[in-house]
Design a protein around this ligand. Structure first.
Ligand code: R5P
Length: 335
């Protein structure tokens, strides 16, 4: 097995996959799904923290996908990916697609106060300056982030992976989809349209009325449950779980409102402290995340399930490379 995925007779270019040090397991799984090996790459830190990257095989004329998820310490993961992009540009890659399964800073997509940055826009500008032709990511914090990059951006959704699994875990005649805040109701509607019996109407919705203390990071004030959840199997869906304050508060509000069971599903398991304690103690029936971020042993707990996005990423890369349809993979309208 080589490191180049060969194009067809008409498409004579090669697809190459490179990765940094953030999440080697995911990169290997994507490469396996593509039937190739990762391009041999040397990466190390100098004593003062500067990062060095050297690709050990030619990438001249290749379509290169640079996979790096923005794991903590995030600034280092992002800088490493920028340096990889720069090296590829200078090595005459034909096209460079930046693949960030979890895109860092994407929550900072607008000013809520005077004299604040819009950091998400800055990240896209940095990738543009480094030489990215295209960006691919999964479940951006908000869909309008697509407009922050002046080129093609493939916004993939983990929803089908999560909902197919959840359908096997709940009573489809008694399920309510719960948005953890008012802002994600549109997304919850999509979930409600999927987690149901074939041919049935969408499942009912509820949401948690949540407010934030804008003067303190990660501090959430919880309100009440809006919608009927008594005696129901509830499924809370969110884009990410960071410290789990949002989710733990939502789970306890649902128990207080008489829920029968509470499943938590989120695409990105950031799981910063004290997420593990909060999630394992909040009484959730099951917590489901994907592997867009690595989840080390010490962050895992008994009722945590991790589903892989590797097949989704590999399919999307193939579709981009073969100029196929990425839209058909997205399979989630109007998010
Ligand atoms: C908020 O808008 C996001 O969708 C998440 O709900 C939030 O960022 C999660 O953060 P935490 O887990 O720290 O409450």
């Amino acid at each position: 097995m080589g490191s180049h995925f060969k194009g067809s007779k008409e498409n004579k270019r090669d697809l190459v996959l490179v990765t940094g040090r953030a999440h080697p397991e995911l990169a290997k799984a994507v490469a396996e799904n593509l039937g190739i090996e990762l391009l041999k790459t040397k990466i190390y830190d100098f004593a003062n923290g500067e990062i060095y990257v050297h690709f050990q095989e030619s990438v001249r004329g290749c379509d290169v996908f640079v996979l790096q998820t923005h794991v903590t310490p995030m600034n280092k993961a992002i800088m490493e990916q920028l340096i990889m992009v720069d090296a590829l540009k200078r090595a005459s890659a034909k096209s460079i697609t930046v693949v960030c399964p979890f895109l860092g800073y994407s929550r900072q997509d607008k000013k809520s106060n005077g004299r604040e940055p819009i950091s998400a826009r800055l990240i896209f500008d940095l990738f543009t300056a480094a030489g990215a032709d295209r960006i691919m990511s999964i479940d951006l914090h908000s869909a309008q982030l697509q407009g922050f990059f002046d080129g093609p951006l493939d916004h993939l959704y983990a929803m089908p992976i999560l909902t197919e699994y959840i359908k096997t875990r709940v009573d489809l005649d008694n399920v309510t989809i719960v948005s953890p805040d008012a802002g994600r109701i549109r997304v919850a509607e999509q979930w409600a349209d999927r987690i149901k019996r074939d041919g049935a109407n969408a499942s009912p919705l509820a949401f948690i009325h949540k407010t934030r203390d804008i003067t303190r990071p990660n501090v959430v004030k919880h309100g009440r449950v809006v919608g009927d959840v008594e005696g129901r199997d509830c499924v809370i869906s969110d884009d990410l779980i960071d410290t789990a304050g949002t989710i733990a508060g939502a789970v306890s509000a649902l128990w207080d409102a008489g829920a029968k069971s509470v499943i938590v599903a989120a695409t990105h398991g950031v799981l910063s402290d004290p997420a593990k304690e909060r999630l394992s103690e909040c009484g959730a029936t099951e917590v489901i995340v994907t592997d867009t971020l690595p989840i080390p042993e010490e962050k895992r707990f008994d009722n945590l399930t991790i589903l892989s996005v590797a097949p989704l990423l590999a399919e999307a890369m193939k579709a981009v490379f073969e100029a196929g349809s990425v839209t058909s993979l997205i399979n989630a309208k109007n998010l």
